[in-house]
Design a protein around this ligand. Structure first.
Ligand SMILES: [Zn+2]
Length: 149
């Protein structure tokens, strides 16, 4: 997979071959923190349906809006409104663990492909006695892909 370009669609499981074919989608609304983040194909079959939501509405944007250093501010603003609008405010997402997974997928090269092999690596004891930084280092992610692909 091409790092920070190709993604696995969270709906159909097929490859998104370019950022132009992908979308970042999530659920939010008035009084509802953003949640249920997904990276999906930008096509009807893979998109969530508004009628299936108990409350809130679908928010989304082209995947290319959230990739690259020049677009980091779009990802940061989803988490916190920033220095001008965020004074005294907490985070805007419901589940920080879920959001961090999306953040890693969109910003750390090789993370998207390595996460495919993650369960295998865990089962194999690959992460035995490592600190919290090691698993998501680019060099580690490359090792996981090489070893378990
Ligand atoms: Zn899809």
């Amino acid at each position: 997979m091409i790092p920070l370009c190709e993604y696995v669609c969270d709906t159909c499981g097929e490859l998104i071959v370019s950022p132009d074919e992908g979308y970042l989608e999530w659920v939010g609304g008035v009084g509802i923190k953003d949640h249920s983040f997904k990276i999906i194909h930008h096509k009807h079959e893979c998109q969530r349906k508004e009628k299936d939501l108990p409350n809130g509405f679908i928010k989304d944007g082209s995947l290319s809006r959230y990739l690259g250093v020049e677009n980091l501010q779009n990802l940061y603003t989803l988490l916190h409104p920033g220095p001008l609008y965020g004074k005294g405010k907490g985070i805007l997402v419901e589940d920080i663990n879920e959001y961090m997974e999306i953040l890693r997928r969109l910003t750390i090269p090789y993370y998207e492909e390595a996460r495919i092999y993650w369960p295998l690596a865990e089962e194999d004891g690959f992460f035995c006695d490592v600190n919290e930084v090691y698993p998501c280092l680019v060099s580690t992610l490359k090792l996981i892909i090489e070893k378990y692909k």
